[in-house]
Ligand binder design. Structure first.
Ligand code: MTE
Ligand code: QUE
Ligand code: MOS
Length: 766
């Protein structure tokens, strides 16, 4: 056996304090990417760029020591394109230079010859030519073929929903630097540090223990950094290793918008059958998911679309088919709701259209079909602690729906061009990763000798407040002041094999893991206190408000003394715990199981005003009854509900992702991509947390909150549609989100395009 340090020592490779790379030595990377949507690379000439002053190296696939493969669920995505490009923005090379501007300028000197191939952008077209990411998936319950004969009404239609840019405030980015022993440390803005670690090891041809990923916090992720933070982290790692210095890659906003995927646009067909009372008997739906050029998380997202096919309604006969269609767009990815919102927009559209045919009010149809206790979802799970009805009815009462209705009627009577309307949006969202293996997390808790505490988990803080919740949980567990506790960065060395911070599960999974780790230490401390205080039964000991209590009597022994004494007596003040959600499973072959630990319910009432001359609209108010369980942190939870609502409304109304006929993103800046700002946001958001509704399956009886409120935003689409129908009752209804101002006008005035152009031609003549 050799002393493995001695080789490095002799070669001068061991790092001492003075050897850390000074920040002024950092190099900058700039990504050179495909200008076309589909084609073959005939030649790539980097010589002129490489010779520019300040340029240190240009990486292509040829420089990869391991595999040129970053695909997660399916290995179908190259880090750098080798022979073929499949979307505008696909990385081909990385220019590394002494500063960012030099790198960017040099990238303009790279010469590429491409042979263009025919691109496909439309998911139905991709489906037609057999361009699929994976085989189709089907969820079903009951007998759809027999069910149609029992229906009094059968209504069919088509629904389109658009993409959505994540627009996290902090763009994608990473810094990587070499550490002795051929190791690389990566700071990455990622929701999934373990994924970055795994893929970096794969690309560099090394083992995972040689890659350390550290995440302090994200300036927002929203799903956009679950898979797609990886590329830039791995590129930085590749460059850091080769050039033996620190390398930083930060995507400028425009490149971030162009190079990364977004929420999946869907095109869907539905057929819904109801009896004469409005009960839904049958629902058949086909989803065409626009996956983009690689799988990314599309298979898992497609599956969640199927899980949320029926939203919060009970339907006895369902058949849902889903295709993940491969197109020449950037690979679309996780976005708050993870395919759920797309499914829920379709079922709401189906109900809306059914209401027009049956003459039964849309909201009456919603109520008639709401889930009840023990109703079965198409995937076999039964609704337990079902709060669909109570949320809906509490909302009607609490926010005086009848009064709202009559005020709207009165307003519309008096106004010809300005119309008001309301809509109601009930939601039901399953909590757990539907890939069962991901429902695990770990925590590492240290108490230091001064009584302060450090907590490491798998959770990534991205603005959603998970650290605030973990702090609160730790503080409750030890019964010490939050000021004594620090939530550490998320680091693959302290928490290994972690799941992404996603599926709204971070606080649940990591919260439980923290509780279990704290419990281990508390047990030791109680036992030790009993010894110290000469108490035979350690169960009589309690640690409360930073003091040790015996038989409910406060003793002199305080937290800091206890910790010091425990240390001196060689009691371990650290613990690690692993938590796995119990009793969840899903059989992918049968598409049945119990994938969710529980569901989150809620109902929103949305009121809008539409200017039917101008096509503009205002979201007047959003009022919500939301099922949170017992909130661990009401301020954080309120923020999540409000933020989700704003983001959901944006998806349905003003946010429109547009690619031109060559597949180039034209909404690639904030001048062309519109998001809800403070003026557009609802004047009033009122959130009522459902009372007396503890959740047996969450830490301290809480419920997950991150994604579900997003889907309240869907109500804004139908509110606007209803207002438009107030103005023009015979308007042809199309379900095509987002309902931009242009789309409002074009729906209200059928020949408006010709009218407008005629107007300008006539004006020109004058
Ligand atoms: N809130 C903020 N401020 N920033 C974010 O990036 N991401 C959302 C949601 N809320 C996000 C957010 C998404 S997509 C998810 S899955 C959850 O937060 C993840 O965090 P949680 O599991 O702690 O709820
Ligand atoms: C919700 C999620 C995710 C999910 C399933 C959900 C998610 C995610 C995966 C995933 C990742 C890698 C795999 C896989 C699934 O599933 O975020 O099969 O190999 O990454 O219901 O948020
Ligand atoms: Mo959230 S879309 O699960 O990151």
């Amino acid at each position: 056996m050799i002393n493995y340090d001695s080789i490095k020592h002799v070669r001068g490779e061991s790092q001492f304090v003075d050897d850390f790379i000074p920040f002024e030595k950092i190099l900058y990377g700039y990504v050179f990417y495909s200008p076309i949507a589909h084609g073959l690379i005939r030649s790539l000439d980097i010589s002129e760029a490489l010779n520019m002053e300040g340029v240190r190296y240009i990486f292509t696939y040829k420089d990869i020591p391991g595999q040129n493969q970053v695909g997660g669920i399916i290995q179908d995505e190259e880090l750098f394109a080798e022979n073929k490009v499949e979307f505008v923005g696909q990385p081909i090379a990385l220019v590394v230079a002494e500063n960012f501007l030099v790198a960017k300028r040099a990238s303009r000197k790279i010469k590429i010859e491409l042979e263009e191939l025919k691109p496909v952008f439309d998911p139905r077209e991709a489906y037609q030519i057999g361009s699929l990411i994976m085989p189709p998936r089907v969820f079903s319950i009951g007998n759809i073929d027999q069910a149609w004969s029992q229906c009094d009404y059968i209504v069919e239609g088509q629904v389109e929903s658009g993409g959505q840019e994540h627009l996290y405030l902090e763009t994608q980015g990473s810094i990587a630097f070499p550490v002795e022993n051929d190791c690389i440390k990566i700071y990455s803005s990622t929701q999934n540090p373990t994924h970055v670690q795994r893929i970096a090891a794969r690309v560099l041809g090394t083992s995972m223990n040689k890659i350390e990923v550290d995440v302090l916090r994200l300036g927002g992720g929203f799903g956009g950094k679950e898979d797609q933070a990886t590329h830039w982290a791995v590129m930085a790692a590749l460059a850091a290793k080769k050039l033996n210095t620190a390398v930083k890659i930060i995507l400028p906003r425009q490149e971030d918008m162009r190079l990364t995927g977004k929420r999946h646009p869907y095109s869907s067909d539905f057929k819904i059958g109801l009896d004469k009372n409005g009960k839904i008997i049958a629902y058949e739906v086909t989803f065409y998911q626009n996956a983009g050029a690689a799988a990314d998380l599309s298979p898992a997202i497609l599956e969640r679309t199927l899980f949320h096919t029926t939203n919060t309604y009970y339907i006895p006969n369902v058949k849902a088919t889903a295709f993940s269609c491969k197109t020449n767009l950037p690979p679309n990815t996780a976005f708050r709701g993870f395919g759920g919102p797309q499914a829920m927009f379709v079922i709401e559209s189906a109900l809306f259209k059914a209401s027009r045919v049956t003459g039964i009010d849309y909201h009456e149809l919603q109520k008639i079909n709401l889930l009840k206790e023990n109703d079965e979802f198409p995937y076999g799970q039964k609704a337990k602690n079902c709060r669909a009805k109570i949320c809906y009815e509490t909302l009607e009462k609490k926010f005086e729906l009848e009064k709202v209705k009559s005020q709207i009627i009165a307003f519309n009577r008096q106004n010809k061009f300005i119309k008001k309307a309301y809509s109601i949006m009930p939601i039901c969202f399953g909590i757990s990763f539907t890939s069962t293996f991901l429902n695990q997390a770990s925590a590492l808790v240290h108490i230091y000798t001064d009584g302060s505490v450090g907590v490491s988990t798998a959770a990534v803080e991205m603005g959603q407040g998970v650290n605030a919740k973990l702090l609160e949980i730790t503080s409750k567990m030890f019964s010490i002041s939050p000021s004594k506790i620090k939530i550490e960065s998320t680091n693959t060395t302290r928490a290994a094999n972690t799941s992404p911070t996603a599926a709204s599960k971070a606080a649940d999974l990591n919260g439980f893991a923290v509780m279990e780790a704290c419990e281990i230490i508390i047990k030791r401390l109680k036992k030790f206190s009993a010894q110290l205080l000469n108490i035979t039964d350690e169960n009589k000991i309690e640690i409360k408000n930073e003091y040790v209590y015996v038989h409910n009597q406060k003793t002199e022994l305080n937290w800091n003394e206890l910790i010091q004494k425990a240390y001196l007596n060689r009691i371990s003040l650290s613990a690690q715990a692993h938590h796995a959600t119990p009793d969840v499973y899903f059989d992918r072959e049968k598409s049945k199981g119990q994938p969710f630990a529980y569901h989150v319910y809620g109902t929103a009432l949305i009121e809008v005003t539409v200017d039917c001359l101008r096509g503009t609209y205002k979201i007047d108010s959003v009022k919500v009854v939301h099922d949170l369980g017992d909130s661990i942190h009401p301020v954080v939870d309120l923020g999540q509900v409000e933020g989700g609502i704003a983001q959901g409304i944006g998806w349905m109304t003003v946010e429109e992702v547009i690619y031109n006929e060559n597949g180039k993103l034209i909404t690639d800046a904030l001048s062309t991509y519109k998001v809800p700002d403070i003026y557009f946001a609802p004047d009033k958001i009122e959130v009522h947390f459902l009372e007396d509704s503890p959740n047996p399956f969450g830490p301290f009886k809480s419920k997950a909150v991150g994604e579900p409120p997003f889907m309240y935003g869907i109500g804004s689409y139908f509110a606007i549609l209803k207002a438009m129908l107030e103005f023009k009752p015979d308007m042809e209804i199309k379900f095509h989100a987002p309902m931009t101002n242009e789309r409002v006008l074009m729906s209200l005035y059928k020949n408006i395009k010709e009218k407008v152009s005629n107007h300008f031609m006539n004006a020109g003549k004058i």
